[in-house]
Design a binder for this molecule. Structure first.
Ligand code: AMP
Ligand code: GLY
Length: 427
């Protein structure tokens, strides 16, 4: 089959790498892609916001499946649009994607369906003073403030004091950076525990766990500094043992998939369950409607089943007849970034050493560009390196040995990816 993959990050390079291994693949197109995806298929210059142009491309190139990498086109309804024109899409509908696109929707959905999450209240933009009053009278800190809509990871504030709440509320009120996103404010109880992410594939009726991982969202070692898109991940994570995974399936995944089906909005695609493993059990921090970046880089290489076939089956209601097979290795993914990210950073630095990386280690591009056969930095998160081994400790060591082989000016990376997992025994 011919496949169109939408996106251009490390996640999409990894998805392209998985898709390219399928016997079922004829042509792979990636829009807009990156220099890494260009080695696996044909990059095409399409805007992800231009649904008409995407439709035209699909019809012209006889595409059997469109795979959507990032959340924005899903939240904006690309699946509904393409399905209305008779095309298969891997990714949830606009309604179902609200599980990521609206924190208010997601929290109310979970409350209604008794899916464990933080206690919360919602306020409109006009009720910010009321919100402040309620937070002050409760006096429980930290407290979590969230802008309702997609805010590219910049809409969540964990406030330690009353002064900080006031400051953040004022910023949110004035900021047009959040535009619609700040129309509604969600105030959440702070949940204590270890974070982990479970990735599920679903055709609307049947849901199967793909794998589970731990992300590292902060820029600095020891989880310090600003939040980022993710500086590294490892999988599987011992934060979730087999009994905990069963609880996640029973208490979170199955009720979510069946409630969406009952609501007549079957959830098709990837359900990314961002969890806090608390002393009371697993609780949802957030749902996302797509694979995580950089978790994807650590989980897709573990899938021994044909991932393209799984996505095709999920898009066409046939997942029941497929198995998800996962290998037994640990993988560590370290993101190489441009120093300064997530704030300002320089671009256009030549990258060397990619070809020196061992054959058993994967390198996925994200913010890179190619000119005359040379590769240059072109973004905050530049590329990721993924090493594998039979223990987590060995996987971490292997990955960092390979990270050292890649050079560019202002290269920055965290040196402690996976270290949290080593605190558990037998790693
Ligand atoms: P989100 O975009 O909702 O995933 O939030 C970003 C990050 O903020 C999460 O990965 C958590 O580390 C943290 N966070 C969000 N909500 C909570 C909460 N209710 N309790 C504790 N930490 C939270
Ligand atoms: N790595 C976090 C995310 O993809 O949302």
């Amino acid at each position: 089959m011919n496949v169109l993959l939408l996106g251009s990050g490390g996640r999409e390079h990894t998805m392209a790498w998985s898709i390219a291994q399928s016997d079922k693949l004829n042509q792979l197109y990636i829009a807009p892609g990156n220099p890494g995806t260009a080695e696996l298929g044909t990059n095409v210059d399409l805007l992800l916001s231009d649904f008409d142009a995407i439709l035209k491309f699909i019809e012209k190139h006889d595409i059997s499946l469109t795979v959507v990498g990032p959340e924005k086109p899903l939240v904006n309804g690309i699946t509904d649009f393409l399905e209305k024109h008779g095309h298969s899409v891997f990714g949830p509908s606009k309604y179902a994607a609200q599980l990521e696109g609206s924190k208010k929707f997601a929290n109310e959905f979970m409350k209604e369906n008794r899916i464990p999450t933080a206690d919360f209240e919602t306020y409109t933009r006009r009720e910010f003073d009321k919100a402040l009053g309620v937070i002050k009278s409760k006096g429980e800190y930290p407290v979590v403030l969230k802008a309702d809509g997609l805010a590219g990871g910049k809409g969540v504030f964990i406030c330690e004091t009353e002064q900080e709440v006031e400051k953040r509320l004022n910023e949110l009120k004035k900021s047009d950076k959040f535009e619609d996103a700040a129309q509604t404010l969600v105030v959440e109880e702070f949940m204590e525990g270890q974070e982990a992410s479970v990735f599920v594939i679903s055709d609307g009726q049947t849901a199967k766990i793909l794998h589970y991982a731990q992300d590292h969202k902060r820029i600095g070692d020891g989880d310090t500094g600003l939040n980022t898109g993710g500086m590294g991940a490892y999988a599987p994570t011992p934060v979730i043992g087999s009994r905990m995974l069963q609880r996640v399936e029973k208490e979170i995944i199955l009720p979510t998939i069946s409630a969406m089906l009952l609501d007549e909005h079957p959830y098709k695609g990837i359900l990314y369950c961002g969890l806090m493993i608390t002393i009371d059990g697993p609780k949802v921090v957030e749902f996302n409607c797509r694979l995580g970046d950089p978790e994807c880089q650590a989980i897709l290489p573990a899938i021994e089943s044909d991932f393209l076939d799984l996505m095709y089956a999920a898009s066409n209601g046939e997942l029941d007849s497929r198995d998800v097979a996962i290998d037994k290795l640990y993988r560590c993914c370290v993101v190489l970034a441009s120093d300064g990210y997530p704030l300002e950073y320089e671009k256009g630095k030549e990258i060397s050493g990619i070809n020196d990386v061992s054959d058993d280690t994967l390198v996925f591009h994200a913010g890179t560009k190619e000119e005359d056969g040379h590769i240059y930095t072109d973004g905050g998160r530049v590329m990721s390196v993924v090493g594998a081994a039979d223990t987590l400790g060995k996987a971490i060591k292997k990955t960092y040995d390979e990270v050292d082989k890649i050079s560019f000016e202002n290269k920055y990376y965290r040196t402690d990816i996976g270290a949290k997992g080593l605190r558990y025994k037998d790693q």
